[in-house]
Structure formats: C-alpha cells, structure tokens
Design a protein around this ligand. Structure first.
Ligand code: ACO
Length: 329
C-alpha cells in the first residue's frame, strides 16, 4: 500500500476588523485627566510605542468584530462561508460565559454543523488556535478552517489604573487555513506555565448571579516584560529547529503586538534587521488574541508580506502562555 502523503496546511486568505472609534494617547490622557489620573502621550510612546488604539462602541461584541474579520479573510481567499468546515476563535473577552464566541460567529456567518469552539490562551490565543487548526486539518478532521482572534479588551480595563488602561485596544484578525499540496505551516510550538498565572489576570468569575472577584485586568508589567523577552527568544529557536530552518530564513517577524521594546528585543535576539519586524502596536495598542492576525492582515494588504515569504508568528500572554508558528505564506 502506498503511504498517504502528509497533508500540508497553508493560509488561503487574511482579514481584520477595527471598531471605528480611534482614540489617540492625547485623547485618552485628557479623558483620564478628567478623573484626576495623570498620564501623557510621551510616557506611553516611550514605554510602549503605542500612539492610538480603537475602542468598540457599547453593544459591539467580539463576535461582531470576529465575523467582520472572517468575512474579509474569506473574501481574500475567494471563498464563501459554506466552504468552511471548522471555526476556532481565540478570545479572552467572549460575548458571554457560554455558548462560545465561535458558535455565535458560526451562526452570524449563516453556517451550522461544523465544529466551532473557543481557545483561551489570552495574547497567545492566535498562535494556539493556528496550532490546533493545523493539527485538525493535517489529521483530516476538516479541509478549510477559519482561525479568528477577536477582542473587546476595553470592557475589562480598569480606567482608574493608568498602568494598564493605556496599553490595550479592541479588534479582530482572521485567517482561512486550508489543506494543500505544499507547506504552508512548517512547524508550531505551544507552551504554558500556570506558576505565573497571577502576573497577568482578570480574576473575576460569575457565581450565584453575581460577579465574584475583580472582572478587571491586572498586570505586573515588569514581571510580564522579563518573562516575555525570555520565552519569545526560546520558542523562536525551538520552532526554527523543529522546521530545520535558521533565523536568517525569516522574511517577517510578526509577534504579539504588546510593546515595541519587547518586539524589537526579540528581533535583535534573532539578529533580524529592524525592517523585518511587522509593527502595528503604534496604531492598535495591545489587542490580545487579535493582535497577530490583525498585524498579519495589515502587512499582507499593505504589500509587505508576499506569497512565498517565510513568517514567524509569536504570541505571549496571560496563563502564562507562549507559542510560535513558522510558515511559508
Ligand atoms: N502614565 C504615566 N506614568 C505611568 C503610567 C502611565 N500610564 N503607568 C505607570 N506609570 C509610572 C509608574 O507609576 C512608575 O512611577 P514611579 O517610578 O514614580 O513609581 C513609572 O511610570 C514606571 O513604571 P514601570 O511599571 O516601572 O514602567 P515600565 O517601564 O515597566 O513600563 C509597561 C510599564 C509598559 C507596562 C511595561 O512593563 C510592559 O510593557 N510590560 C509588558 C506588558 C506586556 O507585554 N503584556 C503582554 C501580555 S498582555 C496579555 O497577555 C493580556
């Protein structure tokens, strides 16, 4: 019997969505000043590289943004919703406790029957979802998957805490993944270490009809910073080795968009030229699970990322979680 050739998985199209309200650092600083909280454009830019972020209007949910990004990705791939047979959504700001945001997006896309579920790995969610989708596609469980990162992080921000509320924004990014004759996804590696669960968390929960604990994001920024720089370097080496590649083979580094200092530090460790780094954090802030898909789509539509380029996608976030996907676009 001839052995079955390995199934490869490739990106067929990318999409993204941003809510229309763009809030600059100056505007946010003025809003916070009205509550007696001091911050400045200069502080935010110097420490993070962020200039602006988008905030969703009341009532706009992760599934709204995720559906818009998914439709854009389908359009880019020349496909229709009915061509999709798997939906995975990465989010930490789901529409509700349940059902999953993926089920809601499935319904908004007019689909029924295919598997749809959420992945919760905070800012690593997009690479986690890509890894899970790749495994399912390779295994023959599906042929075309929507991988969506969608967040309305503004809903869990404590606007009296200047150390966190200036950092985050809302948005969505999506890719259509499909089985293919040639790669595609070269390798992926995912990690978590719950010992660090307290350095970045939103610890509230719902019980007995009430919110127990704080439903607001809190973060030990310096602890996150140090760990992020280390694990992003380690997992880059790991995924390159798994694919038999070297850092010099990377055309574009597309990391989770949290802070330019972390992103540029990662590029330096890999000895990549600064212009090989895709940066969108200045315009979007940290959109958690949406950020990598959003940055990828911006780079594709902006003509930076071309077919055949080798991309390193890297995520890091609450959990503590981290992971990387190396792929030929
Ligand atoms: N405006 C003005 N001053 C501020 C602000 C602000 N918005 N926030 C903090 N400060 C002050 C602090 O009070 C402190 O003042 P002090 O020296 O008088 O005490 C000073 O600025 C320095 O604060 P630090 O916390 O030391 O600032 P740091 O250089 O560490 O930058 C930051 C903070 C930007 C949060 C950084 O630590 C960081 O980016 N960490 C990583 C965040 C990250 O990558 N998250 C990714 C994962 S996100 C996820 O998974 C959801």
């Amino acid at each position: 019997m001839t052995p079955t050739p390995p199934r490869h998985v490739r990106i067929a199209g990318t999409g993204s969505a941003l809510p229309p309200e763009r809030v600059t650092n100056h505007e946010l600083a003025a809003r916070l000043a009205a509550q007696g909280i001091e911050t400045s454009h200069e502080w935010i830019v110097e420490r993070t590289g962020i200039h602006a972020r988008h905030f969703a209007a009341p009532g706009v949910t992760s599934s709204d943004l995720g559906t818009e990004a998914a439709l854009a990705a389908l359009d880019a791939a020349g496909l229709k919703p009915e061509d999709i047979d798997l939906i995975i959504v990465a989010t930490s700001t789901p529409d509700m406790v349940f059902p999953s945001t993926a089920s809601i997006i499935q319904n908004k896309l007019g689909l029924a029957g295919c598997p749809a579920f959420d992945v919760q790995a905070v800012c690593s969610g997009f690479v986690y979802a890509m890894g899970v989708a790749t495994a399912m596609l390779r295994d023959g469980a599906a042929r075309r998957a929507l991988v969506i990162g969608a967040e309305v992080f503004s809903r869990i921000l404590d606007f009296s805490d200047r150390t966190t509320c200036v950092l985050f924004g809302d948005g969505a990014g999506a890719v259509v993944l499909e089985t293919a004759e040639v790669p595609g996804i070269l390798a992926y590696r995912l990690h978590a270490d719950g010992n660090y669960r307290d350095i970045l968390c939103t610890p509230g929960t719902v019980a007995g009809g009430q919110v127990l604990g704080s439903p607001m994001l809190r973060m030990d920024g310096q602890a996150v910073f140090k760990l992020a720089v280390k694990v992003l370097g380690d997992v880059a080496d790991e995924v390159l080795e798994a694919a038999g590649k070297e850092a010099a083979d990377i055309d574009w580094l597309i990391p989770h968009q949290a802070n330019v200092r972390i992103m540029r530090g990662t590029a330096r460790k890999l000895k990549l030229a600064p212009e090989r780094l895709v940066e969108t954090v200045h315009e979007h802030g940290n959109t958690s699970a949406a950020s990598i898909g959003l940055a990828l789509d911006v780079a594709v539509r902006g003509g930076q990322v071309q077919r055949g380029d080798t991309l390193l996608l890297e995520g890091v976030g609450g959990g503590f979680t981290w992971g990387a996907v190396l792929l030929d676009y």
